[in-house]
Ligand binder design. Structure first.
Ligand code: PMP
Length: 425
């Protein structure tokens, strides 16, 4: 029996499903999850010693590749001075200043420990600021697992086919309105009818939890105009896209200034750190200044702050995102081309260091379109790639991630391996 299987059996005895986050269990692709023993640069090694080119990148944070020596050294240096104080530190100011400098719509920011906390707090704040209850999210978008957001959410929830979650009272979600991504008409009609009762709209500016879905320019412009007119807080959930699609985040690519932004993944450099921030008048409503409560024992943890700050400094190297985008685009284009030659209905798309692989004829632009993907073909493709040493997200509804450590030759190697797998499909 493989060591991965032994570990999985052992894990299942004491950890529900053997994992601490559902998609890791390989539930939608079948087979044994790979237990990661270590990682470096673009590679991860599993418990059986097999090496993989990793396109999961811890689901986004590993933009520099794994275990970047400067990030690791900075964390080690800080660690010997104490792991957590529950009191303010200078590093937190440094990181807050850096975030505000890189993302001009963020005038003030608060650090938390997970993307879930960031979006949950941003929504509470938007409700407190506006005095309104209704919130709007889009179908297939995932904003963490807080109760009011677990309605038609993406990620593991799409895979499992559950539109919502057990344990969430109907009463908790009755203020959550779900609209279709990229449906401008529906958006306009909703705002015409109830715009002034909507506290906030939360958007994945490039959706990455129903695979990668891009918004149209018309959709994001309409969203900004309508929310502005009705006094609704526009929240860009950039937990996934932040610092990954552009140094100044997705909002810079859209040319849109949201009222609030949530960040996670890259901003923590691989450690548990996330953030929410935005207009100073909104942020002033939060405790200890205002009445909206939010707190955290490990918020602004010194190790996490150091990993995040070091990462943000390193990604400011000239042309970092341009080069990352080019290599990611080449990967998507190369795999699309290989699929076409193999006669497999599959295509791919990318933005910045994020990509989507779709078992569909053309690139989808909505949840309904992406849902038509051939799941069984994806499973075969996934396992074919895994056998050849390429670790993709174990689900047809997740985006993939490229890092600075994925060299041009590794990208070409991946495309060649994909071509072999597709031919055999
Ligand atoms: N928002 C988005 C857009 C995400 O992609 C995620 C996680 N994938 C979250 C929020 C939740 O973040 P976390 O898993 O850190 O709680």
């Amino acid at each position: 029996m493989s060591r991965n299987q032994q570990l999985f059996d052992r894990a299942k005895a004491r950890i529900p499903g053997g994992v601490n986050s559902p998609v890791r269990a390989f539930g939608s692709v079948g087979g044994t999850p790979r237990f990661i023993a270590r990682a470096n640069g673009a590679f991860v090694w599993d418990a059986d010693g097999q090496r993989f080119i990793d396109y999961v990148g811890s689901w986004g944070p590993a933009i520099l590749g794994h275990a970047h020596p400067e990030v690791v050294a900075a964390v080690q240096e800080v660690a010997v001075g104490g792991l957590s104080f529950g009191a303010p530190t200078e590093g937190e100011i440094d990181l807050a200043e850096e975030i505000c400098r890189l993302v001009p719509s963020i005038e003030q920011v608060r650090l938390v420990s997970s993307g879930t906390e960031a979006t949950m707090s941003a929504i509470r704040l938007a409700r407190g600021f506006t005095g309104r209850d209704t919130i709007v999210k889009f179908e297939g978008c995932y904003h963490g697992h807080s109760d009011s957001l677990l309605v038609k959410a993406g990620s593991g929830l799409l895979t499992f086919g559950t539109p919502s979650s057990g344990g969430v009272p109907q009463d908790f979600t009755k203020h959550t309105l779900v609209l279709e991504y990229n449906n401008v008409e529906q958006l306009k009609q909703t705002f015409a009818e109830i715009g002034t009762t909507i506290a906030c709209v939360i958007l994945e500016p490039f959706a990455g939890n129903m695979n990668l879905i891009k918004p149209s320019g018309e959709f994001v412009r309409a969203l900004r105009e309508l929310t502005e007119q009705s006094g609704t807080v526009l929240i860009y959930d950039e937990v996934m896209t932040g610092f990954r699609v552009d140094l100044h985040c997705a909002q810079h690519l859209h040319g849109i200034k949201p009222d609030m932004t949530t960040l996670g993944k890259v901003v923590g450099g691989g450690m548990p750190l996330a953030a929410f921030g935005g207009r100073a008048d909104i942020m002033a409503c939060i405790a200890p200044l205002g009445s909206v409560y939010q707190a955290g024992t490990l918020s602004g943890n010194p190790l996490a702050v150091t990993a995040g700050l070091t990462t943000l400094r390193l990604i400011q190297r000239p042309d970092f995102h341009l080069e990352l985008s080019k290599r990611t685009e080449r990967l998507a284009q190369g795999i699309s081309e290989a699929a076409r030659r193999a006669g497999v209905p599959m295509c791919a798309d990318s933005v910045g260091g994020m990509f989507g692989l779709y078992m569909t004829e053309k690139v989808p632009s909505s949840f309904a379109e992406v849902s038509k993907a051939d799941i069984s073909a994806f499973k075969r493709f996934f396992h074919g790639m895994l056998e050849k040493g390429v670790y993709l997200a174990p689900s047809a509804f997740e985006a993939g991630f490229v890092s600075d450590a994925h060299s041009e030759s590794l990208i070409e190697e991946t495309i060649a391996l994909a071509a072999e797998v597709l031919k055999a499909l």
